[in-house]
Design a protein. Structure first.
Length: 115
C-alpha cells in the first residue's frame, strides 16, 4: 500500500543548519527503504513565504500568498512510500529525524479506478 507522510513544523523551530542536517539524515533512511524497493519519492518544501494558495469559486480564480489556513505549523515536506501496512509506515515515520520535532501525518493513498 502506498502512504504519503506529510511533515508539519513551525518553520522558526529550526536552528541554523539544523533543517539541512535533518534532511541529510532523513535521506539516509530513504536510501535504506529504497534498497528494499519501497521508497517512491520525498522532498522538503521551500518556505511557506513562497506559497500561493488558489481557490476557484463560480469560475473565478482567487489567489492568496502563503498557505490558505492559518496554522502554527506549516507543511514542510513529504515522503511517498510503498509498504505492506500502516505499522510499517509508522515504523518508517518514527525513524525519521524530524519526528523528534515535527508532526508527521501518515495517510494511505486512495486508488481511483481508471486513472
Amino acid at each position: 500500500m502506498k502512504y504519503m507522510l506529510l511533515t508539519y513544523i513551525k518553520e522558526s523551530e529550526w536552528a541554523p543548519g539544523e533543517r539541512e542536517a535533518c534532511a541529510a539524515e532523513a535521506w539516509e533512511r530513504c536510501k535504506e527503504l529504497d534498497a528494499s524497493g519501497q521508497f517512491i519519492d520525498a522532498s522538503p518544501l521551500k518556505s511557506v513565504d513562497l506559497a500561493t494558495s488558489l481557490r476557484v469559486r463560480n469560475g473565478k480564480r482567487m489567489f492568496t500568498d502563503g498557505p490558505f489556513a492559518e496554522t502554527t505549523e506549516q507543511l514542510g515536506g513529504y515522503f511517498l512510500i510503498e509498504v505492506d501496512n500502516l505499522d510499517d509506515a509508522i515504523d518508517f515515520a518514527a525513524s525519521l529525524p524530524m519526528a523528534e520535532k515535527a508532526t508527521i501525518e501518515i495517510r494511505p493513498l486512495d486508488v481511483i479506478p481508471g486513472v
